[in-house]
Ligand binder design. Structure first.
Ligand SMILES: *[C@@H]1O[C@H](CO)[C@@H](O)[C@H](O)[C@H]1NC(C)=O
Length: 156
C-alpha cells in the first residue's frame, strides 16, 4: 500500500514537470530547429572516418513557427564569403522526419573528402518545408537553414 502511494506521488511529480517543460521559449533562431553536433569519442577536431553524432530538436520549429520539414539535408560546407571556390558542400545525409516526430537524431562518419587547412567548416542543416502559394491552393517549398561549426583536420 505504501509502495503504491509513493509510485502515485512520483508519477504526479513527473506529470507536473512534464506540463512545465513545454513552456520553453522559442527564439527566432530556433525556427529551423536546434542543431547539436557532437563526437561520441569527445573529439574536438575530426579526421575522415571519425564518428559524428547529429541531434536536432524541431519542437519550436514545428509547434511555434509552423515550419514542418518535408526533407532535411545535412552537409559540411564552407560559407560562400569564406569559400576558396573549391569547397563544394559535402553531403552527410538526406533525411525525413517520421510522422509526428519533432526530433531527428543519427550517427555517421566524416566522409573521405578533401579538406583544406584552416577552412571554416560548418555542419549545415537545410530544411525544405511547405508553405501555401499566393494563389491560395498550390504549395511552395521554401528552404531555410542553420549551421554549427566543426573543425576538420586538413587532408595531406
Ligand atoms: C566524454 O566526456 C564525458 C563527460 O566528460 C565522459 O563522461 C565520457 O566518458 C567521455 N567519453 C569518452 C568516449 O571519452
Amino acid at each position: 500500500m505504501k509502495f503504491a502511494f509513493s509510485t502515485a506521488v512520483l508519477s504526479l511529480a513527473s506529470l507536473a514537470s512534464a506540463t512545465i517543460l513545454p513552456r520553453q521559449s522559442c527564439p527566432e533562431a530556433s525556427r529551423f530547429g536546434n542543431l547539436i553536433v557532437s563526437s561520441p569519442t569527445n573529439a574536438t577536431s575530426y579526421n575522415p572516418g571519425d564518428p559524428i553524432d547529429i541531434q536536432v530538436d524541431f519542437h519550436c520549429a514545428i509547434t511555434n513557427f509552423g515550419i514542418v520539414p518535408q526533407f532535411i539535408d545535412y552537409t559540411i560546407q564552407v560559407n560562400e564569403d569564406q569559400n576558396n571556390g573549391h569547397e563544394a558542400p559535402i553531403v552527410l545525409a538526406r533525411r525525413t522526419l517520421a510522422a509526428g516526430a519533432t526530433t531527428d537524431e543519427f550517427s555517421t562518419t566524416i566522409p573521405f573528402a578533401f579538406y583544406f587547412a584552416g577552412a571554416p567548416y560548418n555542419v549545415v542543416l537545410t530544411d525544405t518545408y511547405p508553405t501555401q502559394g499566393t494563389d491560395g491552393t498550390s504549395q511552395v517549398l521554401l528552404q531555410g537553414g542553420i549551421e554549427a561549426p566543426i573543425t576538420i583536420n586538413a587532408s595531406s
